[in-house]
Design a protein around this ligand. Structure first.
Ligand code: FRU
Length: 475
C-alpha cells in the first residue's frame, strides 16, 4: 500500500528548508538553467528574504546551489526582493528590489519604505560582483507610493527595457517602463495603466512577445472575487496587447502608441488569469536557448487564508510550478501553457488504461485522457474532486481537507476535450484542452491511507507511473 510519509514533492522545486515564494532571475546560460527564488530558510512562515537557487541542465536533475544573495547593504537590508536574470555576454545581470524599512512610526506603504532597483552580475551563478543601486524611490514619478518593485529587463531592437510594478498614492496598480542604452542608466518612459482601476498594486510585471503578439503579464492585488473570476485573494494574469507597443520599422518601443501622454492604457476586461487553481502567483517568463518561452509560477498566494498547510510541520512551505512552455493560440486569442516536454521522460509504464472506477496509485503519477462529451469526475484520495459538467469545471476539496481551500470554478466557453494531470505527492497541476486552462493546487492527502484515484463519467483516461526527478540538496 502506497501511503504518504512526507509531503515533500518529487517533481517540484521546494525550499530545502523554510519558506519559498516567487521565482526570480530565470534564465539559461551556456546550457544551464538558473532558477532563483525568494527564500527565507529560517522559518516555514516566511521572514527576511534572500535569493536561493537551483540549477538544472534538463529540468530533470536539479542542484540546489545554496542561498545565492542575501541582504548585506543598506539599500537591501530588509530583503533581497524579486527580480530577474538577463544573460548578457558571459554574465547574468540580476536586477532586483532592495527592500528597506526605516526606523520609526510609518505605514510602510506611503512612507518609511525604500524599494530600490539594484543590479549585481555573475558569471557562474555562484559568485556575484558588487551590488549597484540604480534607482531609488526619489527617482520614481512623484505620484507613486513607496511600493515600486520587481524589475524585469528585456532587450528589443538594440535597446534595453525594464518593467516595474507599482502602486500610486491613490492606490492604483500600474506598471512603469524604463529604457536604457547601457543597462546601467535607466530613463522613465511610460506608465502602463488600465482604463478602469484594476487593483491597488500590480506586482511582478513581465512584458514579452509570443508569436508576434505582445503579452503584458502582472499580478494585480485588490480585485473583488466573483463566482468565476478572481477567486483567489490575489491574481496573476496577462493581457494580449493589440496595438503592439513597438514596431521594428519604427524607432523603438513606443512608436506605435495611440496614447499621446505618458500612459499606455490597457483594457483590463481582457485580463486572462494564468491559472484557475488555488495556488498560483507571481509567475515569471524567460526565453531559453531553444527559443522556448517558459513560465514558472509560485505555488502560493501571499496572505491567503490557507496558511496552515501541513508541510509547515515538516519545516517547509510552498513550491514552484513545473516549467511551462507558452504558446499563443491565435484562434482563441489566448496563451496556452504546457509542461516542458522533458518531463515526458519520467513516464515509467502504464498503471491503468481506460479508467473507470477506483485505482490505487503511487505518490507521483500522471493522468492523460480525452472525453467525448466533456462530463466526468475525478476524485483524488477521497478529498479533492475535479469535475466537468455542462456548465462549468470545478476543483473542490471535501470537508476540511483543503486546509482553507474550498472550491475554484471555470466557466467554460466550450466543452472539455482533454486533460493532463500531474500529481506529485502534495502538488497537483491540471492542464485542460491542451493548456487552454490550468488549475494548480496543493493537496495534502491523509498520511495513513493508500493513495487512490476514482474516475467516473465518459472518459478515455490513462494513468502513467512517473519516475522521480533528482534534487541534489547541497553543493
Ligand atoms: C510577490 C512579492 C513581490 C516581492 C516579493 C517579496 O509575491 O510580494 O512583489 O518582491 O514577493 O518576497
Amino acid at each position: 500500500m502506497d501511503t504518504i510519509k512526507s509531503y515533500i514533492p518529487k517533481l517540484h522545486i521546494m525550499p530545502p528548508r523554510g519558506w519559498l515564494n516567487d521565482p526570480n532571475g530565470l534564465c539559461q546560460k551556456d546550457g544551464l538553467y538558473h532558477i532563483f527564488f525568494q527564500y527565507s530558510p529560517d522559518t516555514p512562515l516566511g521572514g527576511l528574504k534572500s535569493w536561493g537557487q537551483y540549477t538544472t541542465k534538463d529540468f530533470l536533475t536539479y542542484e540546489y546551489t545554496g542561498e545565492y544573495m542575501k541582504p548585506d547593504i543598506a539599500e537591501d537590508k530588509d530583503g533581497v526582493y524579486s527580480g530577474c536574470g538577463y544573460v548578457h555576454g558571459d554574465e547574468i545581470y540580476t536586477y532586483y528590489t532592495g527592500n528597506v524599512k526605516m526606523e520609526g512610526d510609518f505605514d510602510y506603504i506611503y512612507k518609511g519604505r525604500g524599494h530600490n532597483v539594484i543590479l549585481s552580475r555573475t558569471k557562474d551563478g555562484i559568485h556575484y560582483d558588487e551590488k549597484k543601486v540604480l534607482l531609488t524611490n526619489s527617482d520614481y514619478p512623484s505620484n507613486l507610493s513607496c511600493h515600486v518593485r520587481d524589475p524585469k529587463v528585456f532587450e528589443y531592437d538594440g535597446r534595453y527595457y525594464m518593467v516595474l510594478g507599482a502602486r500610486t498614492n491613490d492606490n492604483i496598480g500600474c506598471v512603469m517602463i524604463y529604457s536604457s542604452e547601457d543597462m546601467l542608466n535607466w530613463k522613465f518612459e511610460r506608465f502602463v495603466d488600465s482604463a478602469n482601476r484594476f487593483g491597488f498594486m500590480w506586482e511582478c510585471p513581465d512584458l514579452f512577445t509570443l508569436a508576434d503578439k505582445c503579452i503584458l503579464s502582472f499580478s494585480p492585488q485588490g480585485l473583488d472575487a466573483e463566482e468565476y473570476r478572481y477567486q483567489n485573494l490575489f491574481q496573476s494574469g496577462y493581457i494580449v496587447l493589440d496595438d503592439m507597443p513597438w514596431d521594428l520599422s519604427c524607432k523603438g518601443l513606443f512608436a506605435n502608441m495611440k496614447v499621446a501622454d505618458t500612459t499606455y492604457v490597457v483594457d483590463e476586461s481582457r485580463f486572462v488569469e494564468w491559472d484557475m487553481g488555488f495556488d498560483f502567483y507571481a509567475p515569471q517568463s524567460f526565453v531559453d536557448e531553444k527559443g522556448r518561452t517558459i513560465l514558472i509560477g509560485w505555488m502560493g498566494i501571499p496572505g491567503a487564508d490557507y496558511d496552515h498547510d501541513p508541510s509547515i510541520d515538516e519545516g517547509w512551505q510552498h513550491m514552484l510550478t513545473l516549467p511551462r512552455v507558452l504558446s499563443y493560440d491565435a484562434a482563441l486569442g489566448i496563451v496556452k501553457q504546457n509542461p516542458v516536454e522533458e518531463i515526458l521522460e519520467l513516464r515509467d509504464g502504464v498503471i491503468a488504461g481506460n479508467m473507470d472506477g477506483n485505482y490505487e496509485v503511487p505518490e507521483i503519477y500522471e493522468l492523460v485522457g480525452k472525453t467525448p462529451n466533456g462530463f466526468f469526475e475525478i476524485t483524488f484520495d477521497h478529498s479533492l474532486v475535479f469535475r466537468a459538467s455542462e456548465n462549468d469545471i470545478t476543483l473542490a476539496f471535501a470537508g476540511d481537507t483543503g486546509y482553507g481551500r474550498s472550491i475554484r470554478k471555470i466557466k467554460m466557453p466550450c466543452q472539455v476535450q482533454n486533460v493532463r494531470i500531474i500529481v506529485d505527492v502534495s502538488a497537483v497541476e491540471i492542464y485542460i484542452n491542451d493548456g487552454q486552462y490550468v488549475m494548480t493546487t496543493k493537496h495534502y492527502p491523509k498520511k495513513d491511507i493508500a493513495r487512490e484515484v476514482k474516475v467516473t463519467g465518459d472518459m478515455d483516461l490513462v494513468c502513467y507511473k512517473l519516475k522521480s526527478m533528482e534534487f541534489r540538496k547541497e553543493r
